[in-house]
Write a protein that binds this ligand. Structure first.
Ligand code: HEM
Length: 119
């Protein structure tokens, strides 16, 4: 059978490395960093890892708050959503993830856009 996206990015170790690179990108971005001013980064890291593991068909079951619950009140703009996607692409490239795999990952996340922006 086909390897899952989770397996394609190197399983748990690859996933954790990717999320750390992503958090690093956020930390260096003047536009996006302010959204995280009051966030608990280690809690975000853990929740984001589990959610992404679940989304990429890994052996995880995300049981945290819904995407709508988490992002309500943040008033994330379309431009800022696109910027976060760019930061994730930067992190995936740094992690050496193949472009075809990157595109499949982005296709899994794209449908969540409406649960995250302008709420
Ligand atoms: C498809 C896109 C996105 C997904 C799948 C996503 C997913 C998540 C997840 C899983 C968490 C952690 C939940 C937890 O365990 O508590 C989280 C938290 C957060 N997200 Fe997103 N997110 C997305 C887009 C964005 C964007 C575009 C922004 C801002 C521009 C953003 C800002 C935040 C912030 C600030 C937190 C931390 C909240 C806190 O702990 O106070 N997210 N997100």
């Amino acid at each position: 059978s086909q390897p899952t996206l989770y397996q394609q990015i190197g399983g748990q170790a690859g996933l954790e490395r990717l999320v750390d690179l992503f958090i690093n990108q956020i930390g260096r971005d003047k536009t996006i960093l302010p959204y995280f001013a009051k966030a608990n980064v280690s809690h975000f890291r853990q929740g984001f890892i589990t959610h992404l593991c679940d989304t990429l068909d890994g052996p995880c079951d995300y049981q945290g708050d819904s995407m709508v619950q988490i992002h309500t009140g943040m008033q994330i703009t379309e431009a800022d959503f696109n910027r976060v996607v760019e930061l994730l692409i930067n992190a995936m490239t740094e992690a050496g993830i193949a472009h075809t795999t990157q595109n499949q990952i982005l296709a899994r996340l794209a449908p969540l856009r409406g649960e995250v922006i302008k709420i």
